[in-house]
Ligand binder design. Sequence first.
Ligand code: NOJ
Length: 558
Amino acid sequence: MAWWKESVVYQIYPRSFKDSNGDGIGDLKGITSKIEYLRKLGIDVIWLSPIYKSPNDDNGYDISDYQTIMDEFGTMKDFDELLETAHQNGIKIMMDLVVNHSSDEHSWFVESKSSKDNIKRDWYIWKPGKNGNEPTNWEASFKGSTWEYDETTGEYYLHLFSKKQPDLNWENPSLRREIYNMMTWWLDKGIDGFRMDVINFISKDTRYPEGEIIEGKKYGNGSKYYMNGPRIHEFLQEMNKEVLSKYDIITVGETPGVTPDEAKLYTGHNRNELNMVFQFEHMGLGDGSEGKWSNQPWKLSDLKQTLTRWQKGLEDDGWNSLYWNNHDQPRVVSRFGNDQEYRVVSAKMLATCLHMLQGTPYIYQGEEIGMTNVSFESLDQYKDIETLNAYNELVSGHRLSKEEMMKAIHDRGRDNARTPIHWDGTSNAGFTTGTPWIEVNPNYKEVNVERSIKDKGSIFYFYQKLIRLRKEHEIIVYGRYDLILENDEQIYAYTRSLNEEKLLVICNFSLESPKFTLPEGIEYTSSKLLISNYEVIDDETFTDFVMKPYEARVYKLI
Ligand code: NOJ
């Protein structure tokens, strides 16, 4: 048992949360002004996306000083006030730790590139070209090569993301020491944990082999040479020994491409690495030949199979994180629910389905009021580097038509999650008195915090109840998960079991009215409805009933 297993985390993307000074960009004072709201919701921990000094090539995921606050977000004094206010309200703060790469404007990189014999040269990954080409054929996550030529010394540096995000060289012990010191400095300030950005990318295969080329593509896929690389567990165990083990904190690693077996190595009880990881298998549903940019229809049975593999895979050792949304993913009510007529019920159904699984749930800002995707008409309205680079490469390379790409951006682009939070129905949704850095979703008059707080039947109060139930029923945290009705394409139903108790979770993912029938073998003598998104009449049966569109019910069986 552990407090971080019993907690609910709320992710804040500061740029889009709340602006306090009218410059159109969310900031720390804005967050402090909303702690009361988060306390009302009932969350335990805030995960703060990066707030450090940054030229914002990738909205703060390119850090130029790990111990200074980004100008747009405020000052260190503002941070201290935020931390204190959060703690006074019983809320912990988990910081984003981005140490696979820094910004190219970080003084370490400026030194590193200045000459081959600079003392920080080896803090980044430099290689000479190969036959007049880049050192390997790897493709960067934001398109193009992972290598950028630098004229000063005539060598290339590695960047798995944008060329303004050079990868740090974890092979170098003094770089590692510096990072551990920086982490210790933050922890001594009183922060409560770290979310670690693409942490399973920090150990590279130092032979730098060529990646596999998929037909018709210019670059190869080098991921198997940097995902879960040769020294990854050694590095994390060292970090744990030097830093993490000295504090009672929460840690979660962002780990694209991990399987449940690998996740056990990162999160297993005796491994001394991390508490949990973010896996991506359920987020990849519908990916086509161009990944998320050729979005395909998805099947509920695939979602169930994936989540079940993770639930069962980590049930004895390790721990799951549970999420539908973050700042890189589209809004779940648009993706797996219905953002039109059934927006409210389907958002509640999705929340039920996720929060009743075993693991630590994460709520992404705006999810608790059912914010939806945005369909901006013009590319100029988009700000995200990943989206803009992908558009250029895929459309000019004739791999997708403009229409196909715009549709993909609407369905899966990262800016869906990054439009400002709707606080009320006034101009700019109460996010800023200035001009927001990215446009507000036009549906803010209907979907906003003020309305949600006034309406007792809102998504907000439903989340509040889910969080409260977690505190009241140990089975929600610790119960064993078992899938029922495996092949049903409309209903996702499962049980949780702890000692003599069971939970029965029934979620209709469709617009239709399928019939739910309780499979044989689930024994109980009494039942109690814990939560539902439609009214259920007291003596109504649940062993056999016709479900309403997007209906969800949770029963406790004893
Ligand atoms: C993962 C982060 O979540 C994403 O926003 C960022 O662009 C990349 N890592 C690079 O830091």
